[in-house]
Ligand binder design. Structure first.
Ligand SMILES: [Zn+2]
Ligand SMILES: [Zn+2]
Length: 249
């Protein structure tokens, strides 16, 4: 199929992603069916689920509407490290497909379109005076994938919100098994000592009233919680954000 060109080298694939909109007629970013305007078809739109607004402001868990914005029972028992947690989409359907295409095949179009469609929400959450910090990846995984995708996510969100971003402050100081390979309980402790601060760059934190730690997917919340714990001694107003969040069963 013309829209899928896995045989291309990384550079050629990037170039193809850029010139594709000008060469191909308008189509759905997700299933490639023809459209009158470039975007998402109705069938794919129905598989994109916005993260509900009725959730606990502190941890982001979905709550009954009359109890939101919480705090929820879990936060009353033990408050998370960050002041708040926000997500744009539920991690399923076309959002899951978009993130997998982006992370594993370096196809950015679907994720870029999803973020573009959420610009108003993003601008309501993140201000132009904030600092965005990506959850760092182990060096081995960056080499393997050829990109730091949470840093790329920060870059796009920074363009939309006007916020600053810096990938150098929060560092991965321990390589650990992939979260996706672990069960729920093991995920909760896997990253306990994985993050550290690069003191040479941490001084700039003082220039910002509010700092966001940015991840692509949130499952148990433990990655963002441990990343916040590493940053907490250096800033007292830390918030967390994941583009998509899985629903707990
Ligand atoms: Zn479609
Ligand atoms: Zn909560």
């Amino acid at each position: 199929m013309l829209t899928d060109m896995p045989q291309l080298s990384t550079t050629s694939a990037r170039l193809w992603q850029r010139i594709k909109p000008w060469l191909l007629p308008p189509h759905c970013y997700f299933c490639h069916s023809p459209l009158t305007v470039q975007g998402a078809c109705l069938a794919c739109l129905q598989q994109i689920h916005i993260y509900p607004k009725h959730c606990c402001q502190q941890c982001g868990r979905i709550m009954p509407r009359d109890l939101a914005p919480g705090p929820c029972g879990a936060c009353l028992k033990k408050a998370p490290m960050a002041q708040s947690m926000h997500s744009l989409f539920i991690y399923d359907g076309m959002v899951r497909q978009a993130l997998l295409h982006w992370k594993l095949q370096r196809q950015e179009a679907e994720v870029a379109w999803l973020l573009q469609s959420a610009t108003t929400t993003l601008q309501a959450i993140i201000s132009a005076h904030d600092l965005l910090i990506p959850v760092p990846m182990p060096l081995s995984r960056m080499r393997e994938r050829g990109q730091h995708h949470t840093a790329n996510l920060c870059k796009i969100i920074a363009q939309q919100s006007g916020a600053a971003w810096d990938w150098r402050i929060l560092r991965r100081i321990q390589d650990t098994p992939r979260q996706s390979t672990l069960s729920g309980q093991a995920r909760k402790t896997n990253l306990k000592h994985a993050f550290g601060i690069d003191h040479a760059h941490a001084e700039s934190l003082a220039s910002f009233q509010r700092v966001w730690i940015i991840d692509d997917i949130c499952t148990t919340g433990s990655t963002l919680n441990y990343a916040t714990r590493a940053l907490k001694p250096h800033h007292n107003n830390i918030h967390t954000f994941a583009m998509a969040r899985g629903l707990r069963k």
